[in-house]
Design a protein around this ligand. Structure first.
Ligand code: NAD
Ligand code: ZN
Length: 358
């Protein structure tokens, strides 16, 4: 088991990472004492709860947590909205939860974002813990405290920063996750490597997607990706600056998702295309050396990611990038790789350079 601490003074917390952690919850130091004797409501989606809900409730009860049942909703991004959140608030009131109670987010990023926002807003904020069950949630959304729901006019427009009390990453959950979802999550692992971990990049390069079958290497890769996120979040909790680094590959990736129609490509497939695009821009601006650029491109191909979407108009992608909420004052700010393990944020890129790559 690995433990990574997010140092945020009184909001500091531990992330536990390992295979089968929930089989011995007593060994998660600080975690069992934190949940013991407290009322809790599990928030999950119907798919995850059917697979893992009963077992996780049993484990929490084993360490003395007073689980009051579960608040469930239909799996998928369309559930990430205020009307579904109202159902969670209702279940919290009825449980009943109080100021000392806990919310347990059991699921992927949709569950984590919803459960975290429900916890952030109930009685002006109660504690919650994250038990992520998708790779994306393990390496990205469960860490860092961004919570919220979508608005009909845009993703994640309604939300709050609310850090979890603990994150338990039990890699056994990946055993039931479809392979396409696992590969989608690995795009964020590759992003973390390009941003700040050359050794992780090397491991991904050496092993290829066969790594997914190796529990020890999965633990290594997830831990390293979480460590990159933890480092960035610790330095810039509220995204005033440096946290923008985590958007590497996302300006173009979000545009591909929006133009292709949500669900046509997974988030990770689109982010992988965004990494290719960021390499192309960085090369055109002379910021990255050729060896680093081609290593990133070759890694993305060897992991099976497509370089560009099929059948989408360059004009539509360009328009969608301008709409991306990370654009400010009409100009999109880019995150571009400088070499493997280093990137720069807040960059302007001339329109002609973008046009030439689209
Ligand atoms: N808060 C953040 O910092 C942050 C960061 C990145 C992404 N996000 C958000 O995360 C969401 C995407 O998360 P996601 O990709 O995990 O999607 P998701 O939560 O919708 O999960 C994907 C699918 O996998 C199923 N599933 C989950 N765990 C499973 C398991 N172990 N076995 C079998 N099936 C399982 C779910 O039921 C769902 O159908 C988006 O809403 C995005 O905005 C948030
Ligand atoms: Zn992402």
């Amino acid at each position: 088991m690995r433990t990574i601490r997010i140092p945020l003074s009184e909001r500091s917390y531990e992330i536990f990472i390992g295979m089968g952690l929930l089989e011995a919850p007593g060994e998660l130091r600080g975690f069992s004492s934190d949940v013991s004797g407290r009322r809790a409501l599990i928030v999950s989606d119907e798919t995850v709860y059917a697979l893992h809900g009963e077992r996780v409730s049993g484990v929490l009860r084993e360490v003395g947590c007073e689980v009051q049942g579960a608040s469930l909703f239909e799996a998928g991004e369309p559930s990430k909205k205020v009307s579904v959140l109202e159902g969670i608030w209702d279940d919290m009131v009825r449980a009943p939860l109080d100021r000392r109670s806990l919310v347990v987010a059991l699921g992927g990023g949709v569950v984590g974002d919803m459960a975290g926002f429900a916890a952030a807003t109930f009685m002006r904020g109660i504690d919650f813990i994250q038990i992520p069950t998708t790779l994306l949630a393990m390496v990205d959304s469960s860490v860092g405290g961004k919570t919220g729901v979508d608005h009909p006019l845009g993703k994640n427009l309604i939300g709050a920063f609310h850090q979890p009390r603990a994150v338990v990453i039990d890699l056994n959950f990946l055993g039931t996750l479809p392979e396409r979802e696992i590969l989608s999550g690995f795009a964020e692992v590759i992003k973390a490597a390009v941003l700040a971990d050359e050794e992780l990049f090397y491991i991904l390069e050496r092993e290829g997607p066969g790594l997914i079958g190796n529990p020890a290497l999965i633990e290594e890769a997830v831990s390293r990706a979480v460590a990159v996120k933890a480092m960035v979040v610790a330095e810039d909790e509220l995204e005033g600056g440096k946290r923008a680094l985590l958007n590497l590959g996302h300006t173009y990736g979000h545009a591909v998702e929006a133009v292709a129609g949500y669900g046509a490509y997974t988030h990770g497939e689109a982010v992988a295309m965004g990494l290719d695009f960021a390499v192309a821009l960085s090369r055109a601006k002379g910021l990255i050396d050729e060896l680093s650029a081609s290593r990133i491109e070759n890694l993305l191909r060897s992991w099976g990611y497509k370089k560009a979407p099929e059948g989408l108009s360059a004009e539509d992608i360009k328009a969608a990038m301008k709409h991306d909420k990370k654009s400010s004052g009409g100009s999109v700010k880019w995150v571009l790789p400088l070499k493997i393990g280093e990137a720069r944020w807040g960059l302007e890129v001339e329109e002609e350079i973008i046009d030439a790559q689209l």
